[in-house]
Design a protein around this ligand. Structure first.
Ligand code: FMN
Length: 207
């Protein structure tokens, strides 16, 4: 596999990765989707048992149907958490939820959605590192992504839509596309607050 095409430095990829939720309609070349999936396959996983499976959805009708389920799931989660039912319920200053609500509208138009799944025993631990590899490889190719989850109420219909066997576990749905907008600029807590040295609560050397 031509991994030389992922020549962006790891630092640049990690430090400019952020949730991309607005996509241009341009399709992603199949060889790029393949390279992204090859990068995902290289991730660490428990006992190298390789239980992760990826379902790449590019068929327009299927992405549209998925988008409807995603929309329903996103609002079902907001109802469970906050009793929100519509955009006006989201405080204008809550930029993250506003952007996420926008994705709920637009998921149906994403050029590609990758479902991250696992065969039994299905544990997330062995899928999540692969998803981060996948998203960093996408970033290196100028392709945006965001990990998203669904809601129990849509799962039966999702599995029926895509022919996913019942014993397969769902972990993430990851839309992929060239961004409308730019990469970069995520905000995180200072590591001096989130990192301890030797004992919980002892400041890191750079605190
Ligand atoms: C476990 C997990 C679940 C997430 N679920 C969603 C989701 O359902 N919808 C969404 O738009 N973003 C989702 N995200 C993306 C997060 O909101 C995003 O990574 C976070 O706000 C940081 O964004 P930033 O990297 O742009 O700063 C999820 C991320 C993770 C790790």
């Amino acid at each position: 596999m031509d991994h030389q095409r992922l020549s962006m430095s790891v630092g640049e990829a990690m430090f400019t990765q952020r949730a991309i939720r607005r996509f241009r309609p341009d399709p992603i070349p199949t060889e790029d989707i393949r390279l992204i999936l090859e990068a995902a396959a290289k991730a660490p996983n428990g006992g190298n048992r390789q239980i992760a499976r990826f379902l790449v959805v590019t068929d327009r009708a299927l992405v549209r149907e998925f988008g409807k389920l995603y929309h329903e799931a996103w609002w079902a989660k907001r109802w469970d958490e906050r009793r929100w039912t519509k955009l006006e319920d989201i405080p204008p200053e809550d930029k993250n939820y506003r952007a996420a609500a926008q994705l709920a509208e637009e998921m149906r138009d994403a050029p590609c959605v990758v479902l991250a799944l696992a065969v039994p025993p299905g544990s997330a631990n062995s899928v999540i590192p692969a998803c981060q590899n996948l998203m960093l490889a996408a970033r290196a190719l100028g392709i945006g992504s965001v990990p998203t989850t669904l809601h129990a109420k849509v799962m039966d219909r999702l599995y029926a839509l895509l022919g996913i066997p019942k014993d397969v576990s769902f972990h993430f749905s990851i839309p992929l596309g060239y961004p409308r907008g730019s990469f970069g600029g995520s905000r995180r807590l200072p590591t001096s607050e989130t990192t301890f040295l030797n004992r919980w609560g002892t400041a890191s050397p750079w605190a």
